[in-house]
Write a protein that binds this ligand. Structure first.
Ligand code: 76R
Length: 269
C-alpha cells in the first residue's frame, strides 16, 4: 500500500466521530463486553508500525457523538486501519460511526514567504534597514521553516479541550471567494492571521484541506487551554471579512481530551 498513497508533502488527517449503541451494548454478555473493552483499548493503542504518527481521543458533549478520534499519518491506510480495528472488535456492533472528515495538511498559499513578509512589513510602514525591521525579518526567516514543519506534521497539544468543524469559502454571486484576485484574498487572510495571533498560547489551530477528499474545503481543529478560548476565537473571527462575508460552516463538535480508558469509563461501557 505504501509509496503511492503517501503525499510528497504533508500528512493525511482524519476525524472520526462515534457513539455507543446502548441497545446493542446491553445485548453483549459480560464476557464479550470485557473482551470488547480489551480489544477497544488495544485498537486505540496500536503498537509500533501500526501506530499512526498522531492519535488523540476526545469525549464529546451533545447527542451528535460520544467520542472523537483525530489521527494523522503520511499513510491514510494506517489511519483507517485503526478505525477498522475498532469496528471489527467485539464492541464493533455496539459502536455507531456518526460522522467523519478526511483531509490533508498543507502549507497555505497565504502563508507569507520571506519575500512577501518583507513586502507586508514595508506596506505596514516599517522602515527598510531599520534595526526593528531587520530583527523582524531575521526572526521570521528563522521561524518560517519551523512553522511550516508544524503545519505539515503538527504535534498535537495535550490541552484539555478542542473543537472541530468543517468550512468552505462561499462561491455565491457577489461574494465568490474564488473569483477574488489573489491580492484581495491575501489581504483578507492577513487580517485573519492578525486576529488569530492574538490567541497565541491560548488556542492552537490546524487547518487541513478537504478539497477533492471530502464535502467541505477545510477542516478546522482548534485546541484550547480552556473551552472558553474556543468560543472567544470563533466569535472574534466572525468579524474578520474572510469569515464574515465568505465563510460557510458545517457541524461543530466540542471535545474534551480523554484516554481510551477514560472514554470507556465516561461512557459507562
Ligand atoms: O502564520 C501565518 O501567517 C499563517 C496565517 C494563517 C493562514 C494562512 C492563519 C492563521 N490561518 C490561515 C489560513 Mn486560520 N483559522 C481558520 C479558522 O471560524 C472561523 O471563522 C475560521 C476558522 C480559525 C479559527 C483559524 C485560526 N485559516 C486559514 C484558512 C485558509 C487556508 C487556505 O485558503 O489556504 C482557513 C479556512 C482558516 C480558518 N488562523 C491563524 C487561526 C489562528 C489562531 C491563526 C494564528 C496562528 C498563529 O498564531 O500564527
Amino acid at each position: 500500500p505504501e509509496p503511492s498513497v503517501v503525499p510528497s508533502q504533508g500528512w493525511h488527517c482524519s476525524h472520526y466521530c462515534y457513539r455507543f449503541d446502548r441497545a446493542a451494548l446491553s445485548q453483549l454478555s459480560a464476557q464479550d463486553r470485557r473482551a470488547g473493552c480489551e480489544a477497544f483499548l488495544s485498537a486505540l493503542n496500536p503498537q509500533d508500525d501500526l501506530r499512526p504518527e498522531r492519535l488523540q481521543g476526545y469525549i464529546t458533549s451533545g447527542h451528535r457523538a460520544d467520542w472523537i478520534l483525530m489521527m494523522m499519518d503520511p499513510n491514510p491506510l494506517k489511519i483507517d486501519a485503526v478505525h477498522q480495528q475498532i469496528m471489527s472488535g467485539p464492541l464493533g456492533g455496539a459502536i455507531e460511526p456518526t460522522w467523519s472528515f478526511v483531509s490533508m495538511s498543507e502549507i497555505s498559499e497565504y502563508v507569507p514567504t520571506v519575500e512577501r513578509y518583507r513586502e507586508r512589513l514595508l506596506a505596514e510602514g516599517e522602515e527598510a534597514g531599520s534595526p526593528a525591521f531587520e530583527a523582524k525579518m531575521s526572526a521570521y526567516e528563522r521561524r518560517l521553516p519551523i512553522m511550516n514543519q508544524q503545519r505539515l506534521s503538527p504535534d498535537f497539544p495535550e490541552w484539555p479541550a478542542a473543537c472541530f468543524y468543517p468550512m468552505s469559502k462561499s462561491r455565491d454571486v457577489g461574494k465568490n471567494w474564488f473569483t477574488e484576485p489573489f491580492s484581495h484574498r491575501n489581504s483578507l487572510m492577513a487580517e485573519h492571521a492578525r486576529s488569530g495571533i492574538a490567541f497565541a498560547g491560548r488556542v492552537s489551530q490546524l487547518i487541513t484541506v478537504g478539497v477533492g477528499l471530502d464535502d467541505w474545503e477545510w477542516m478546522v481543529t482548534l485546541w484550547g487551554r480552556n473551552p472558553e478560548y474556543l468560543r472567544e476565537i470563533v466569535y472574534r473571527m466572525r468579524f474578520d471579512e474572510a469569515s464574515a462575508v465568505y465563510a460557510e460552516f458545517g457541524p461543530f463538535y466540542v471535545g474534551y481530551r480523554a484516554t481510551p480508558e477514560e472514554i470507556l469509563k465516561h461512557c459507562r461501557v
